[in-house]
Design a protein around this ligand. Sequence first.
Ligand SMILES: O=C(O)CCC(=O)C(=O)O
Ligand SMILES: [Fe+2]
Length: 602
Amino acid sequence: MEDNNYKASKCIPKGTVIQEWKPYKIISIIEDKREEGFAELPGYAQCPVLNHSIEIRRTSQNLGSPELPRFVNRLFRDGSFEALCVLALFDELLCGKRIPMSGALERESHDGNRHMEDSSLLIESWPFVQNEVSWMQFLSLYHYIESSMHMLTIDHPLTHYAKHVLFQTEHFDEAVKICQRKKWIPKESENRLQVSQFLLDYVASLPPRIVGVLIGNPASNSTSVTLKQCSIPSAYLELTVDKLSDQMKCKMISMYDLQREEPITVSTRVNGLDPLQDQLDGKLQINSMEKALMAQRLAHNHFQNEKYREAMSMYKECYEFFSPKDETRAADLLHSMAAVRLSQLKFLQAQREWKKGSKYQHVNAGIALQLAKQTAYGYFENSRAGSKQIKVLQHEAIGSSRTLFITPRTVSPNMCRKLIAWAKDHASEQGGWTTSRHYAVPTNDIPLHVSKNLLNWFVGWFQETAIPLLQSQFRTKQTFFVHDAFLVRYSAGSSSEYLPLHYDESTHSLVLALNSEFDGGGTYFYNLDHTVVPGSGSLVSFRGNKLLHGGNVVTKGERFIIAAFLYVDDETTCEQKRSSSTSVQNTSKRSKPEEGFSFGFF
Ligand SMILES: O=C(O)CCC(=O)C(=O)O
Ligand SMILES: [Fe+2]
């Protein structure tokens, strides 16, 4: 199968079902008894993956290595789908299935080992079978199983409840009372975003998630599709029960607006690789395609596990291997290296990596986007404000940690109206509001760098007003860079009426209120349990990657804001890191979502 099969054949808007498969044969589902009590919640019955008959299939035989059960148990505890893959693998092995050896090996030699790319499971499970089978046999077995199996994690129904149903249910107060009675959430909780987060934390503290392993090629009737894994996923898989036929359906859904030809990559998470990775890191000499692909996977894993130094050096080696011969992969690697730099809060270094990638912008939309923002926001230009005498606006600190401020009337009401009008004009002339700012919610926004009017105004305002204000609020002399900025519209009663709790991908963030003709709304800060709803023209500034926050539900009308995600440059960041031990620490257990990295959000 060619890589082209994974590419978007046309523009695919966010939220589109790219592919749908049904039915699946479910051979294994692990399920715990966590429903107890949840059924009382109003609307809980709407959650997918309920009422499904469960077959638990575990092999009782000796699995060949005394390590395996412990390994598998740990994976189960982490809720990892790999556990089931390993089990299924061993089931096949122990059933004495005949493995079509030659087929698998031929395929490899024809396509230059392309199939090794997604082989984290292969790497992971090898130590557990090496006493039983040869590497070649194992490789064949792996490919055989891979070609006939799809693996999915299924969210716990309460996760769906917390993310979606809670926001729709009219019986919110009743739901809260039940949750409080059961001690899933604390007594005082009442804000929807807060309750949602408490429930997500609760579900994260429970035993393993429900995990399914699906056997049988879902696309066997049509062209077959292999799901690729990537550190920048563009699609996710959703599993639902078809009520009519009582069969499982699987859908692949785009996570953001995919451009024509953009690769479709699917998010999965790799757990429990570390010890093996340490072994491999030192030994992996990148002298073949197979090794380079394996190294790239390991680098992605390092990145996911926030081992930036290791990730960076491995990406570099891979880049050296691929750059003379494979433009697409080389571009992907440069993009990954820049993303690592950004995660290290080295903003300018990240931008330099992207700049190096300018020769690849025709094959990599991510690089092209960053280069467009470099031009728009002038990261490498020295023309900073500072010569003028600047008056810092009066502002108010919220809480004692100097992580959140409100500055009233930073922009005139007239200007606010103009900004909204420009955004609306842009949307009607250029094909509407974009929806790709958040991986989980179809937001409505216009990136400022694509609208001349919005950009010109914003850059001027940012230099003259925002930078001096932020320097004073956050007590730094360093300058701030705009990593991204959007004019955002929330509409009551639509799918873009709120924004779930999240950390921004920024060191500092701005929310500039542009109107006040709505009910609800405002920015909710979880640690402070405080919603700020400042008047039109007022600015909320805060530590974007430190404070868990979200857009509160707009219950009537439309709310317009400018949201901007900023970085102080890296030297400043080091200084601030040292002095930030006094800042409010985040008590939430929420971890980063599973999708590697995304721009605009963590
Ligand atoms: O709507 C708000 O006030 C918050 C917006 C926000 O957090 C974001 O866009 O990242
Ligand atoms: Fe945010």
